[in-house]
Design a binder for this molecule. Structure first.
Ligand SMILES: C[S@@+](CC[C@H](N)C(=O)[O-])C[C@H]1O[C@@H](n2cnc3c(N)ncnc32)[C@H](O)[C@@H]1O
Length: 291
């Protein structure tokens, strides 16, 4: 089901992949739209945007924002003159992204659809850029992640670029340690994260996220390459700043904020510390035809 230039158009559902019920329930609570407003969220968004901007082709170009959520990146890119298509399996996110697009009538998002990263309703070789800033860590089996990456590979034109994001294997443990979180339920969750990368929150504790897979940097690199992409680099998003207990205070001060961003930039491509980031971005290209 798609909304094109904010006009509802009904299409038969073209995908049969289901988001697991707990992931759907997590996002249906509606908190995702506020996530990027906090200092932590702004650090993430600032760094994501600067990494994307550094590698984007010039306009005109077609961008597919797969798992685009409430539309922050889609609207930002549409404002710059790109033809942006957003796909997300959570109807509330597509509604919110549609409202955000309508609030910039001179630069709307071209199309907003309910859909899944593993099956995109788009012909082969027809887009210049794919953003996948979310789906990969909610696909807990490697074959599902490769299927999603292959689907992006299929729709990209030769020479096209993907920005794909993973959560670091160490994120929950580092965050819990800085917070001094000694809750036995959390310690059990974080221990399994470290051991297996499989993050589960069986009691749906509001602070402990939802079903996800947390990558080691080398696993992420190998999955991107297994899907056929030519990896240009793995980049740490936040740097160590996301672990600061006084991040809000430092972020509010322009010179501190610039220092934190400078540190994140200086360390972004350092293999020895990349796992310290909460999020890791792979930037990769389609250099061969889809087979
Ligand atoms: C943490 S949010 C990130 C939203 C946005 N991309 C951002 O970076 O701010 C993760 C998003 O991935 C979406 N998602 C989860 N599983 C997906 C799948 N299999 N296919 C497409 N999107 C998916 C969720 O609905 C959610 O909008």
């Amino acid at each position: 089901m798609c909304k094109q230039n904010s006009l509802q158009e009904n299409h038969p559902p073209i995908y049969n992949k289901k988001l697991s019920s707990e992931i759907m329930a997590h996002y249906e609570q509606g908190d995702e739209i506020r996530r990027l407003f906090s200092s932590l969220g702004q650090l993430e968004e600032t760094r994501m945007r600067e990494l994307i901007a550094r590698h984007l082709p010039a306009t005109p170009a077609v961008i597919y924002d797969v798992g685009g959520g409430p539309g922050s990146y889609a609207c930002w890119l549409a404002k710059q003159g790109y033809e942006v298509h957003l796909v997300d399996p959570v109807p509330l996110h597509v509604e919110q992204a549609s409202a955000a697009s309508q609030a910039q009538p001179d630069h709307p998002v071209a199309e907003l659809c309910i859909g899944d990263a593993r099956h995109l309703d788009r012909p082969e070789d027809s887009v210049d850029v794919v953003l996948m800033l979310g789906p990969l860590y909610h696909l807990t089996e490697q074959h599902e992640r490769i299927a999603a990456l292959r689907e992006s590979y299929r729709i990209l034109r030769k020479g096209g670029i993907i920005f794909a994001v993973a959560i670091s294997r160490y994120a929950s443990t580092l965050h819990g340690m800085i917070d001094g979180n000694m809750d036995p339920e959390f310690i059990k969750i974080a221990s399994r994260d470290l051991r297996e990368g499989q993050h589960r929150n069986p009691n749906e504790h509001p602070r402990y996220f939802t079903t996800a897979f947390l990558h080691r940097p080398e696993e992420f690199k190998s999955e991107i390459e297994k899907a056929g992409f030519n990896l240009e680099g793995l980049f740490g998003i936040q740097g160590p700043a996301w672990l600061l207990q006084n991040l809000e205070e430092q972020w509010a001060d322009a010179s501190h904020r610039e220092r934190l961003l400078h540190i994140a930039r200086s360390l972004e491509n350092e293999p020895s510390v990349i796992g310290v980031n909460a999020h890791i971005m792979a930037i990769a290209r389609k250099t061969k035809d889809f087979a």
